[in-house]
Design a protein around this ligand. Structure first.
Ligand code: HMG
Ligand code: MG
Length: 312
């Protein structure tokens, strides 16, 4: 493997849009995914099979994944919170079984839980233990059906309801997700409260407790306090080789009041390339997509790297 390659997981169609109050038209989401596919990012998180009562913005994910163009070299994971979500996805994928509709839109799900009880309850209406039980079943059934499973731990560096989160609590959840069969665990600083040493402690506890190296973890940093890029670069120096980010700094979690978007892909790619890493992504193309989607949803472009490149 190429130790200087960092895999970008572009989460804007899901994490970036899920918190938008006005429903973004399905065709805009499809067009976003189409444009992202042309930037060279290897993974595009396409949507969520969650309850539309909880996250109305993701209610059209079945239509989005059916309409989006699919490239063989790109993965398009979708969030799945429970068996109901997995069954919905599998029903959709069954339409592709005979090959007449082309390649299935995705072969990967992302499951999610949290390191604090209050956030787990607010986000998925259950305790951490209950959520791990649910996800255990989801993961084993998904893997039996040939789907890859990525895991998320939320609130690794702070909880909007409980404040400080113990790194060892994150480590326990990371271990559980790896043991149930996730190929990668994404460490989510949901509220963007982390700083490099906090993220390092979280990674160390996760690596130690799970017995998996840093290359089996991803950095998922929201940028509320402007520490997102510092955290990402620190995690990469510690051996993490996957970074979740969103063009234009889009995003926020509906159950994390005040938290802002994901770290913008433009600044991540700019910084990684200048630090000698490869991502396969084209900065200028990312900048254009970030400006375009912010224009579509009427937001100011939160990517300072994006704004700077456009002004040059
Ligand atoms: P619940 O209310 O306890 O579940 O929600 P329920 O089984 O009682 O179902 C309630 C209703 O939703 C029912 O409909 C179900 O059928 C339906 P009704 O009978 O009332 O008409 N329902 C579903 N519909 C579609 N798809 C489904 C589904 N499940 C139930 N899968 C539940 C429990 C987990 C479903 C809910 O809490 C939920 O959907 N939560 C998801 C919240 C979410 O998506 N949050 C954002 C993503 S996570 C995130 O952003 C963090 C991350 O970025 C990392 C980070 O930054 O930290 C990943
Ligand atoms: Mg997130």
């Amino acid at each position: 493997s190429n130790g200087k390659f960092v895999k970008i997981v572009e989460v804007s169609p899901r994490d970036g849009l899920q918190n938008e109050k006005t429903i973004v038209p399905t065709e805009t989401k499809v067009e976003l995914i189409r444009r992202l596919a042309d930037t060279g990012v290897p993974v595009i998180e396409a949507g969520s099979f969650v309850s539309p009562k909880w996250v109305p913005q993701m209610g059209d994910t079945p239509q989005v994944v059916t309409q989006m163009p699919v490239h063989a070299s790109i993965s398009y994971p979708v969030l799945v919170p429970n068996m109901r979500g997995l069954e919905g996805l599998q029903k959709l994928l069954a339409n592709y079984a005979d090959g007449s509709k082309g390649a299935p839109p995705t072969d990967e799900i992302a499951i999610f839980t949290a390191a604090s009880e209050s956030f787990c309850k607010a986000n998925t209406n259950c305790s951490i233990a209950e959520s791990l039980d649910r996800l255990h079943e989801v993961t084993s059934k998904a893997k039996a059906a040939g789907l890859k499973v990525r895991g998320y731990v939320s609130v690794v560096a702070g909880c909007p309801y409980e404040g400080k989160v113990d790194a060892e609590a994150v480590g326990r959840v990371s271990k559980a997700l790896h043991e149930m069969g996730c190929y990668e665990v994404s460490l989510g600083d949901t509220i963007g409260a982390g700083t490099p040493s906090v993220m390092e402690a979280v990674l160390n506890a996760s690596v130690r407790q799970s017995g998996q190296g840093p290359e089996y973890f991803a950095a998922h940093c929201h940028d509320t306090m402007n520490t997102g890029l510092a955290n990402v670069l620190h995690m990469v120096r510690l051996g993490v080789r996957t970074v979740d980010s969103a063009v234009g700094g889009l995003g926020g979690c509906p159950y994390s009041p005040g938290a802002t978007g994901n770290i913008d892909t433009e600044s991540v790619v700019f910084a990684l390339h200048n630090e000698g890493y490869q991502t396969g992504a084209d900065l200028d193309k990312l900048v254009d997509v970030g400006a375009w989607i912010n224009g579509q949803i009427g937001r100011t472009n939160a990517s300072s790297a994006g704004r700077a490149v456009l002004a040059q």
